[in-house]
Write a protein that binds this ligand. Structure first.
Ligand code: PLP
Length: 378
């Protein structure tokens, strides 16, 4: 119920489709897949997946098996990969039921999949092989990958359909790590000469060239986040997050605001908005002068053509915005403050809160009213 919610999210599915098309074009000659883990970065798995499918995407990545099963219900024909590997032999049953393709990251994954993987007759025990090139998060060591390749050439126990690795510093194009990882990956991919390859996340697509491989794996850029730090963002904003103004008040210089009593330097008009850290509007976005953070400025909202800085501490359910610049009577109860969206870039807000767009999107709470616009035109 929009009139009962403290805030609303407008999710623009045409912008999402346009972002997919741009990333697919930038990925050429590789095919662009889509990463839809964590409920499509908080935007809602079903509408996002259907929109991407309509825009031509056929391969999807999730993090967890239950996310894969949810995807299977939404898109019966899609190729669905699960990043975090097999959790045990019981999980293999879910992979079979959902025709999910595990990304095998460790020896235990390999053994389980050899014993319990599904076999449709054409591709016995299909899997992606994740090779370690520098993240040291998940992935087979180069030695283990080599042994696997040798053994599997004889036994054909597994059908590797993708060999992949993950870049640690792709959003910093000049970082020497990028070239190092590419070189390691190029050496390891030769172990699986018949298998398609994948290295690039969103940022990796913008490194171009050899980083593209056969399949790219964009996530954040689909959802409007800037793929490359410090560069202009070529993506369209997909999410507009807004909070309802619950009260407007005038407060005098010397008075204080919010928890911790931050003093005001001048007479101030305050819009009290119904959003807070329980809605993923991070406490670290609190206003300048709040001694709980090292950054000098807090975040700002945007209302009626003006930026409105956060005043004092962000609280669980409420945040104070400085609307003095708009003049008296400009803001009314029931108006909405844009937290991020077309007028207030998500990356700017993330930076002010000492975090990244990924975290803002995936921590948007369940209290927003969600509205999807621009779908169904494909
Ligand atoms: C999350 C993830 C991606 C997507 O990364 P973005 O930076 O959001 O484009 C790609 N590959 C792996 C292994 C991931 O975990």
């Amino acid at each position: 119920m929009p009139h009962l919610a403290g805030g609303r999210l407008v999710i623009n599915l045409s912008a999402l489709a346009a972002n997919y098309r741009l990333l697919a074009e930038r990925s050429t000659p590789a095919q662009a897949a889509a990463v839809v883990k964590a409920d499509a970065y908080g935007l809602g798995l079903a509408p996002v997946a259907r929109t991407l499918w309509a825009a031509g995407c056929r391969r999807f990545f999730v993090a967890l098996p239950h996310e894969g099963l949810a995807m299977r219900d939404i898109l019966p024909e899609a190729e669905i990969f699960v990043f975090n590997g097999l959790f045990g032999s019981e999980a293999a049953v879910a992979y079979r039921a959902g025709r999910l393709i595990p990304v095998l990251n460790a020896q235990s994954d390999l053994s389980i999949w050899e014993a319990y993987g599904w076999d449709d007759g054409e591709t016995p025990r299909p899997c992606a092989i994740h090779v370690e090139t520098g993240m040291n998060r998940l992935g087979l060591t180069p030695e283990r990958a080599r042994t696997l390749a040798e053994e599997n050439a004889l036994t054909r126990a597994l059908t590797p359909v993708l060999v992949m690795s993950h870049l640690a510093c792709a959003d910093t194009p000049d970082h020497p790590m990028n070239r190092r990882q590419l070189e390691s990956f190029q050496a390891l991919r030769t172990l699986f000469p018949e298998t398609e390859t994948s290295l690039a996340n969103s940022a990796g697509i913008f490194l171009g060239g050899g980083f593209l491989c056969n399949v790219t794996r964009p996530g954040i850029a689909l959802y409007g986040g800037a793929p490359v730090s410090g560069a202009a963002n070529p993506m369209q904003p997909v999410v507009t997050a807004e909070a309802r103004v619950s009260q407007v008040k005038q407060v005098r210089a010397g008075d204080t605001v919010s928890y911790g009593a931050t003093p005001l330097a001048r007479d101030t008009i305050i819009a009290v908005a119904s959003t807070g850290y329980a809605d993923g509007y991070h406490r670290a976005a609190s206003g300048g002068g709040v001694p709980l953070r090292n950054l000098s400025n807090g975040a700002s909202g945007f209302i009626h053509g003006h930026e409105a800085p956060v005043l004092g501490r962000v609280t669980m359910d409420l945040t104070l915005f400085d609307v003095t610049a708009l003049g008296p009577d400009a803001v009314a109860v029931g108006d909405h403050v844009e937290l991020f969206g077309p007028n207030m870039p998500i990356n700017t807000v993330a930076e002010a809160a000492g975090t990244i767009a990924y975290e803002l999107l995936t921590s948007l709470g369940p209290r927003y009213h969600r509205e999807y616009v621009g779908g169904g035109e494909e």
